[in-house]
Every structure is written in structure tokens, then in C-alpha cells.
Design a protein around this ligand. Structure first.
Ligand code: NAD
Ligand code: UDP
Length: 329
């Protein structure tokens, strides 16, 4: 019998691509999600596959999975600044209680666990580019603290399970990743700009647009995560694309790509928005033999085509995800 992997956050952007990857590599995959920011349509195509199962479950509650588990990938968590500002307590809980439940399950099953951390643990970085030995510059009480601190706690808890219980753990620090299946209205910059271009609206650049990001295409990210899981490396590894640019230049690229006549409009910069971000991927290169392969030009074309082919209803659904039916406690 093949190996079994549990993927939390399976109906989300990265989780759904990871489900595809593990199915294609011959694993039995259990996807788990409470659909708070995800979309069941991201994994619907897998429902006919006998090696795929889906559990609709909130991982902040006790997790029960019958039978053996070889690997756990913990990806459940709101990931866009707008999402985690709207559901701050859920965000803190999934990073802390949700991670605790996943680690406990891994211990019970003797499974190896990989947790999804983030470049946000570096906060508004004072070191550039960010390498894994930088401790970060995070505001505990600022609006982004609910995400950043939950992820920092998640890393500490994971290392404690490794040191104290001898659990096999892996930590990936994911830098801005994009591609098909991002939610068009999740507020992250790529769906935001493409959605605006497709609706014929001006592109909203926050602040002066001189803040920088470095965007990694999803296939590269998934390959890096896959290699890390099967490596013997316990400490955190940055996975991202070092090709850095300003958000203003990026907006101009989107205008070119989409061929619209839209202009850039400037809006207030959200509090604690990091001024610069670029991964130092020396460790990933050395330990995993990994580096990104997909250029922004190529990745953005695929992503734009994905959004262009969404239904009119999806495109016009400008309002944010309705969180009212979910428990906000
Ligand atoms: P996403 O919002 O598309 O996916 C997250 C998924 O987790 C959603 O399907 C959501 O419904 C689910 N979820 C949230 N809380 C849950 C709970 N309590 N129980 C069960 N399921 C729950 O976001 P994404 O971009 O796919 O991010 C996935 C992971 O990767 C997150 O942990 C995020 O912090 C991390 N990450 C992503 C990026 C990126 O650029 N995409 C960058 C850094 C880190
Ligand atoms: N941004 C922007 N306009 C938007 C959405 C985002 O200028 O409509 C900026 C945001 O201020 C940040 C960058 O784009 O500097 C990336 O934002 P995103 O929300 O994608 O992720 P972050 O890297 O901040 O977590």
C-alpha cells in the first residue's frame, strides 16, 4: 500500500496544488479544510480519484484520522492580509491550536510533519535579502501581528516537538507565491491587480509603490516544499523567487500584460506593510538543489489566463468572502 499524506488547508491555493502533486506522485491523500478562505472547486477534480479523500474539519478542534499516516503537511491558515484582518482570532488559533493538534496527530501516528511558515516571520525586515538566520522585526501588537506571531509561535512549537518528542519536523518559510486558484478577491496584490484590469478599473497601488516583493510561481514553490519534506533538514528553509521588484513597476507590468488602458491610483499604505522583501535562497540551493525555474513573465501569463477564464459571476464578485457563517471566536 502506498504512503498516506494528510494535507490541511487542502481547498486553498497552495494546499490544492500540493494535493495534485502528491496524487501524481502515487500517494494516498487526505485533504482537510473548513473552507473558511478556501474553495471546494479547487479540489473537486480529485473527488473521483480513489486515492483522495476530503474531510471538512476545523483543525483548531481535535483532529481524528483513522488508520496510518506517513506525512502531514500543515497548510491551513488564512494567508492574505485582508483575510487575517477580518478573522484575526481564527488566524491566531489555526497557527497555534491548529498546529498543536497537527503535531499531536503526527506524534500519535509516527508521521513526519512539514509546517507552512512564512516570510512574514521576518516582519518589516532590517536585513536584506532575508536569510534564515535573521530573527525578524515584527510588531506583536500591530494588525499583522495575528498572522506573524501565530507563525512564529508555530515554528517554536514545531521545534519543541522535534527536540522534546524526537518528532520528524520540517519548516518551510514561504515567500509571496502566486498562480491559478488564488481567490480573485482575497486582496493579495496579484489577484487584486488582475481583477481590476479585467473589470476595467484602475490599479490600486498602496503607498508610493516603492515597497518591494519577489514573486514565486506555484509550481516552483510546490517542488521546493516536496524536496524539503523528503530531505533530512530540520531547520527552516526559505522557498521563494529572489527576482525582486517594486509594486509600482509590477502594476506597470500588469497593465502591459493585460493590454488595458487603466492607470495607477495611489491608496493609503496599510499599517506595518513591509518595505522590502527578497528571499536569500542559498540554503535551499545547497540542501535541496532547488531554485525557481519559472520566470515572472511566464508565470503571470498562465495566471492571467486562469483569471480571464473565470465566470463573469466570479469576476464581478468584488465583495470579500463572507465569513459570517464561520465562528469568529
Ligand atoms: P488560502 O487561504 O488559499 O488557503 C488556506 C486554506 O486553509 C483555506 O482553504 C482555508 O479554508 C483553510 N483553513 C483556514 N483555517 C482553517 C482551519 N481552522 N481548519 C481547516 N482549514 C482551515 O492560502 P494559501 O496562500 O494557500 O496559504 C496556505 C498556507 O501557506 C498558509 O499556511 C499560509 O500562511 C502559507 N503561506 C502562503 C503564502 C503565499 O504566498 N501563498 C506565503 C507565505 C505563507
Ligand atoms: N498592494 C497594493 N495594492 C493592492 C494590494 C496590495 O499595492 O491592491 C501591495 C501591498 O501594500 C504590499 C504588496 O502589494 O506592499 C503585496 O501585498 P500582498 O497583500 O499581496 O501580500 P504581502 O506581501 O503584503 O503579505
Amino acid at each position: 500500500m502506498g504512503k498516506t499524506v494528510l494535507i490541511t488547508g487542502a481547498a486553498g491555493f497552495l494546499g490544492s496544488h500540493l494535493c495534485d502533486k502528491f496524487i501524481s506522485e502515487g500517494f494516498r491523500v487526505i485533504g482537510m479544510d473548513n473552507l473558511i478562505t478556501g474553495d471546494i472547486r479547487n479540489i473537486e477534480h480529485l473527488f473521483k480519484n480513489k486515492d483522495f479523500e476530503f474531510y471538512n474539519h476545523d483543525v483548531t478542534k481535535f483532529i481524528h484520522v483513522p488508520g496510518k499516516l506517513d506525512y502531514i503537511l500543515h497548510f491551513a491558515s488564512p494567508a492574505s492580509p485582508i483575510d487575517y484582518l477580518k478573522i484575526p482570532i481564527q488566524t491566531l488559533k489555526v497557527g497555534s491550536l491548529g498546529t498543536h493538534n497537527c503535531l499531536g496527530l503526527a506524534k500519535e501516528k509516527g508521521a513526519r510533519i512539514l509546517i507552512a511558515s512564512t516570510s512574514e516571520i521576518y516582519g518589516d525586515p532590517l536585513v536584506h535579502p532575508q536569510s534564515e538566520d535573521y530573527y525578524g522585526n515584527v510588531s506583536t501588537i500591530g494588525p499583522r501581528g495575528v498572522y506573524d506571531e501565530a507563525k512564529r509561535f508555530q515554528e517554536s512549537l514545531t521545534m519543541a516537538y522535534h527536540r522534546f518528542h524526537g518528532l520528524e519536523t520540517r519548516i518551510v518559510r514561504i515567500f509571496n507565491t502566486y498562480g491559478p486558484r488564488m481567490r480573485l478577491n482575497d486582496g493579495r496584490v496579484i489577484p487584486a491587480f488582475i481583477g481590476q484590469a479585467l473589470r476595467g478599473e484602475h490599479l490600486s497601488v498602496f503607498g508610493d509603490g516603492l515597497q518591494t516583493r519577489s514573486f514565486c510561481y506555484v509550481d516552483d514553490q510546490v517542488e521546493g516544499i516536496y524536496r524539503l519534506l523528503f530531505s533530512e533538514y530540520v531547520e527552516p528553509v526559505n522557498i521563494g523567487n529572489p527576482d525582486e521588484l517594486t509594486i509600482k513597476d509590477f502594476a506597470e507590468e500588469i497593465i502591459k500584460l493585460t493590454g488595458t488602458n487603466q492607470k495607477i491610483v495611489y491608496r493609503e499604505l496599510p499599517k506595518d506593510d513591509p518595505l522590502q522583501r527578497q528571499p536569500d535562497i542559498t540554503r535551499a540551493k545547497e540542501i535541496l538543489g532547488w531554485e525557481p525555474k519559472v520566470s515572472r513573465e511566464e508565470g503571470m501569463k498562465i495566471t492571467y489566463n486562469y483569471f480571464k477564464n473565470l465566470s463573469k459571476e466570479d469576476l464581478l464578485k468584488k465583495e470579500h468572502k463572507d465569513f459570517s457563517k464561520h465562528n469568529r471566536k
